[in-house]
Design a binder for this molecule. Structure first.
Ligand code: MG
Ligand code: ZN
Length: 216
C-alpha cells in the first residue's frame, strides 16, 4: 500500500476567504491594498509584503483580531468530514500556511485532534506593531530564496505519495514537489495555463470523494 500524505494550504483553502485580507480590510489603514497588489504583481516578495501588512496593525489589537476572525472567517464545507476520513485511513493531514499562528490555531482548535501538524509563521506582539517571525525558511534547493514560509522546503522533508490542496499563487511552487493536486481559484488558473493536471474543488466533500476513488 502506498504511503499517502496530505498537505493543505490554510487561507482561502481551509477557510472560505483569505484571513489576512479580511483582517487587513478591518484593522489596517486604507493603503494596505497597495501592498496587497504589490505582492500579487510580484513587485515585492511575499514575506516582505506580509510583514509590511502586519506592521500596520498595533500589537494591542491581538485579542480583538482573534475574536473578529472566529466570528467572521468561515471554514470550507466538508473540512471535518475530510479529516475524519483521512484519520480512518491513517493518512496524515499537514497544514502549511504563510499566515500567522495567532489566528490559525484558534480557527483550527475544533479540529486539532485530526490534524497531524501545522507549519506557519509566528506573530510577535512584543513591539508596538505586529512583527512576523519566519521560522520555516527556504532550504538551499529553493529557487526563490525569500518565500518567508517556504512550502516547498517543508514538503521536501517528507516521503510518500504527496497530495496537495491549495488556492493561490503561493501554492504553485508547492505543487512542483507533490504527486496529486487539488486546486481552486488562482492556483487552478495557473496550473491550467501550465498544463499541469489537477482536480478542481469548491468544497472538501468533493476532495474526500475524489480521495476515496484514488485510495481504492
Ligand atoms: Mg491560500
Ligand atoms: Zn523558498
Amino acid at each position: 500500500m502506498n504511503n499517502y500524505i496530505v498537505f493543505s494550504d490554510f487561507d482561502g483553502t481551509i477557510t472560505k476567504e483569505d484571513t489576512i485580507c479580511k483582517i487587513m480590510s478591518h484593522f489596517a489603514p486604507e493603503h494596505w491594498k497597495k501592498v496587497w497588489d504589490d505582492i500579487f504583481n510580484k513587485r515585492i516578495t511575499i514575506s516582505e509584503g506580509v510583514a509590511k501588512l502586519f506592521s500596520m496593525i498595533p500589537s494591542s489589537k491581538k485579542d480583538e483580531i482573534i475574536k473578529f476572525v472566529l466570528e467572521n472567517v468561515p471554514i470550507r464545507e466538508g473540512f471535518k468530514e475530510l479529516l475524519l476520513f483521512l484519520k480512518s485511513k491513517n493518512i496524515p493531514f499537514i497544514v502549511i500556511s504563510g499566515g500567522l499562528d495567532f489566528y490559525i490555531y484558534p480557527l483550527l482548535e475544533p479540529y486539532k485532534d485530526l490534524i497531524t501538524k501545522i507549519y506557519c509563521n509566528q506573530a510577535d506582539f512584543s513591539g508596538e506593531y505586529i512583527k512576523i517571525k519566519f521560522i520555516y525558511e527556504c532550504d538551499p534547493l529553493c529557487d526563490d530564496n525569500d518565500c518567508g514560509m517556504c512550502k516547498i522546503s517543508v514538503i521536501r522533508k517528507y516521503t510518500g505519495t504527496k497530495i496537495y490542496i491549495g488556492d493561490s499563487i503561493t501554492d504553485i511552487n508547492a505543487a512542483k514537489v507533490t504527486d496529486i493536486i487539488f486546486a481552486r481559484g488562482l492556483f487552478a488558473k495557473e496550473l491550467k495555463k501550465n498544463s499541469i493536471p489537477f482536480y478542481e474543488y469548491d468544497n472538501f466533500y468533493q476532495v474526500k470523494a475524489k480521495m476515496e476513488e484514488i485510495l481504492k
